[in-house]
Design a protein around this ligand. Structure first.
Ligand code: B1M
Length: 222
């Protein structure tokens, strides 16, 4: 038996233990108990990744464990993707395909789980997302903005060392006379609203759900 809270606790524990089968079972259990997919991903799954990061810092886990955790996270994200999309799209089937968002993890950084979640949610909300992947240099961001006539550039960074590169992208957009044409949105654990302001970005989003809210505000739909 047990409650939804128990299922969430199990998801977190099983992911920290890197037990893929156990995570899958606990996720199915949480769904049966009525959980939203978004709550699973942004709740216990993300908390487990924070704990895994802490264990890495303490020298208990190594890169191999981080990679394993990332694989488990991605397989659950794939399993839940249709539900995540349904939840992000809500009842509205409004199409905003003409609004293009260029998205990527900045140069030097290969963390892609958070960025992929942001992509899933934005696509589900009807936007066209051009995903440039990871380790993206400023020139590629700017090229994509020009080529696709993007309204928004979304940058992700998970490292304190790579978040600095976001400023370089803003500068490249300025250099090409594009800065007035696009909004710049940033996100990722080490970033903050203050940091966004400091580097001349327009907005910061805490997570993938918040990113949808912020984009909608930027393009004047809410
Ligand atoms: Co790395 N790593 N990692 N890692 N890793 C962190 C980030 C770290 C915090 C772990 C730790 O020490 N506690 C630490 C960074 C320390 C720091 O700079 N402050 C770290 C380190 C040090 C490193 C390496 C340097 C280790 C090494 O090689 N010595 C190395 C760097 C590689 C590189 O990028 N050049 C490295 C490598 C890796 C792996 C490749 C092994 C793997 C990533 C695999 C992959 O992504 N495909 C990995 C992992 C898994 C992590 C942790 C454990 C988990 C990251 C994750 O996926 N979280 C991470 C610890 C942690 O995050 N607490 C850690 C889940 C995901 C859903 O959350 O990505 O935060 P997140 O995204 C959120 C929000 O941040 C936000 O929304 C998302 C959804 O809610 N968001 C946005 C993100 N982008 C957004 C964009 C937006 C809006 C919101 O708009 C555009």
């Amino acid at each position: 038996m047990g409650s939804l809270e128990d299922a969430y606790r199990r998801i977190e524990e099983c992911l920290v233990d890197l037990d893929a089968g156990c995570v899958e079972e606990a996720v199915e259990d949480a769904l049966k108990r009525g959980s939203k997919a978004t709550d699973i991903i942004l709740g216990p799954m993300s908390r487990a990744m924070d704990e895994i990061g802490r264990l890495y810092e303490e020298g208990e886990y190594f890169i191999a464990e981080l990679l394993e955790a990332a694989e488990i996270f991605k397989s659950i994200m794939n399993r839940l993707e249709p539900m995540l999309k349904e939840e992000a799209g809500g009842g509205s089937r409004r199409t905003r395909r003409d609004i293009v968002i260029v998205l990527g993890t900045v140069r030097g950084d290969i963390h892609d789980i958070g960025k992929t979640l942001v992509k899933i949610m934005l696509q589900a909300s009807g936007y066209t997302v051009i995903d440039l992947g990871v380790d993206v240099p400023a020139e590629r961001f700017a090229d994509a903005v020009e080529r696709h006539g993007a309204r928004i550039v979304g940058m992700s960074a998970l490292l304190t060392t790579t978040m600095r590169y976001m400023r370089r992208v803003v500068e490249e957009l300025e250099r090409r006379g594009l800065r007035g044409k696009v909004y710049v949105l940033i996100g990722g654990a080490p970033t903050s609203p203050e940091y966004a302001e400091k580097i001349g970005a327009d907005a910061w989003a805490r997570d993938a759900v918040d990113a949808v809210r912020v984009v909608s505000r930027l393009v004047g739909e809410s």
